[in-house]
Design a protein around this ligand. Structure first.
Ligand code: HEM
Length: 519
């Protein structure tokens, strides 16, 4: 603490009355009794050229678990300390909002569950969480299997033709197909066809990502925002996605009105188990903008994150053939000749550890964003209302003090018979799905989705980096992407291919809505 407080304490010891001291030191007193948050100095321009969480990691090693970073008039607090992260996310979560994130995402998510704060968030969280009940997630497992099977067929073709494949975009399409079906019973079928709607979804996603890393909000500039070709394209894409959503809501509403099913806790329409169907049956207002905002939010939240997890998992596997071999053994032993079931998932323990470890090395998103709504204490430091805060999950997950050989991809660090690692049992040094009241609502969904995809893919194929593939480097949007894709050579495994028998799947493909139904 600074000189004034030392002086004040000495004078207090000399016997000067406390209220006189309070008066004399009143202005500088309180703030100065506390230590000041370290300020990171030096060039921050580096932050624009590479994935921005990398320089933040370097600064963390120099300045510690909390420091301030200033660019011109703006300043951010960077938090990499587990107990401060826990304080913000969990213990005092009501003192924090989504801040900058909500501002950036407003154009696409409105007041959807991710950006929403306060009462809107509370009401919608209560409406949406029940939709992802056990029976729903179990039904999704067969959807994950069917969608991954479609990807396997694409890969089979590439393997036969001796063509390399760019896995990042394939994973993005796989998870888009899954989330479309899971959230509003819509078949994007993006692994097969490139319809206008798929392109529109990607235009909107890219825009959201670009805005989140853009230094200047050009989209806010009057006139420009209406005449720039890029903004026009974004607006047209948004309109197409919204029109499609409106059609899907109308179709779903008709189904809900015609069905006999009583709404109850584990309500699920077998033909259409989608979240939209649950929400409409539970009484959500079809005409509300809120419903659309939430559907958009779920679409985006559940798409890019899972795709990124799969991309980085396969990248890691390409560097550790022994892990791939162990995964293949497990898949052979557990899956037999069927698509994974709920029972199988419990047995795919090593696969689960591989995903846990992939999420440690490549957390999605790599930083969580908050803004303080009131004055607060972060560790020993007082902060004011209105501070923008980045919690670097990347730093938490790479901390050299916390993790033995932190940079090594080592699924064995998580014992097979141990608990599934999460923020609670790892004391906020590992938070793949966030923590506290704003924790991911899709954590189970996403875990099962990625486990099913990984185990089915490695059971059928070997994966290697393609000869002459571009180096795999990171860039950021909302999640971590590669700069030039993940080009792999895929070969069929030597064991006889296993053809899954199609049991009657919970999600019947004939009940889904096709593009032709709504155009
Ligand atoms: C929130 C990660 C998949 C829906 C979050 C948060 C994280 C996260 C870290 C907390 C954000 C914050 O505190 O600022 C992931 C990862 C996924 C994944 C790594 C894939 C592996 C999904 C899926 C869905 C989903 C599949 C939907 C089905 C959401 C929603 C929120 C959220 C709605 C906001 C919750 C709230 O604020 O109340 N996710 N997620 N996520 N996630 Fe996920």
């Amino acid at each position: 603490s600074g000189f004034p407080s030392v002086l004040k304490n000495s004078l207090l010891k000399l016997g000067l009355p406390k209220d006189i001291l309070e008066f004399l030191f009143g202005k500088i007193g309180p703030a100065d009794d506390y230590p000041k948050i370290p300020e990171a100095k030096g060039s921050v321009s580096a932050i624009r050229s590479e994935a921005f969480f990398i320089p933040l990691y370097e600064l963390y090693l120099t300045y510690g678990g909390i420091f301030r970073l200033t660019f011109g008039p703006k300043s951010f607090l960077i938090v990499s300390d587990p107990s401060i992260a826990k304080h913000i996310l969990k213990d005092n979560s009501k003192a924090y909002s989504k801040g900058v994130l909500a501002e950036i995402l407003e154009f696409v998510m409105g007041k959807g569950l991710i950006p929403a704060d306060g009462e809107v968030w509370r009401v919608r969280r209560r409406a949406i969480v029940p939709a992802l009940h056990k029976k729903y997630v179990a039904a999704m497992i067969s959807l994950f299997g069917q969608a991954t099977d479609r990807l396997c067929r694409e890969l089979d073709e590439a393997a036969s033709n001796g063509e390399d494949v760019e896995m990042e975009s394939l994973f993005s399409r796989l998870t888009l197909d899954i989330i479309g079906k899971a959230v509003f019973n819509y078949d994007f079928d993006s692994l097969k066809v490139d319809t206008g709607i798929v392109e529109a979804v990607y235009t909107v996603l890219r825009e959201a990502e670009d805005r989140s890393v853009a230094p200047i909000p050009v989209w806010e500039i009057p006139i420009w925002k209406d005449i720039s070709p890029r903004q026009k394209k974004v607006n047209a894409a948004l309109k197409l996605v919204n029109d499609t959503l409106n059609d899907l809501i109308a179709i779903c509403k008709r189904m809900v009105d015609e069905e006999e099913l009583q709404f109850h806790e584990e309500y699920m329409n077998e033909q259409d188990p989608s979240i939209l169907h649950f929400l409409l049956a539970s009484g959500d207002d079809v005409s509300s903008k809120q419903l659309r905002d939430d559907l958009m939010t779920l679409l985006i939240a559940g798409h890019e994150t899972s795709a990124a997890v799969l991309t980085w998992t396969f990248y890691l596997l390409s560097k550790e053939p022994s892990v791939l071999a162990k995964l293949q053994n497990e898949a052979d032993a557990v899956l037999g000749d069927r698509f994974p079931t709920m029972e199988d998932l419990k047995k795919l323990k090593y696969t689960t550890r591989v995903i846990n470890e992939s999420l440690r090395l490549y957390p999605q998103p790599p930083v969580l964003i908050r803004r303080s709504l009131e004055n607060d204490m972060l560790g020993e430091y007082p902060i004011r209302r209105g501070e923008d805060i980045f919690i670097s999950v990347w730093n938490l997950h790479h901390c050299p003090k916390r993790w033995e050989e932190a940079e090594r991809f080592n699924p064995e660090r998580w014992p097979l018979d141990g608990p599934n690692p999460n923020e609670t049992n790892q004391d906020f040094s590992y938070l793949p799905f966030g923590g506290g009241p704003r924790k991911c609502v899709g954590d189970m969904f996403a875990s099962f989705e990625t486990i099913v995809a990984v185990s089915m893919l490695v059971q059928r194929f070997n994966f290697q980096m393609a000869v002459g593939a571009p180096p795999v480097q990171m860039t950021t949007g909302a999640t971590i992407h590669t700069t030039q894709g993940l080009k792999m050579t895929v070969t069929r495994r030597m064991r006889p291919p296993i053809v899954p028998t199609l049991e009657i799947p919970a999600v019947r493909s004939d009940s889904s809505v096709n593009v032709s139904d709504i155009s």
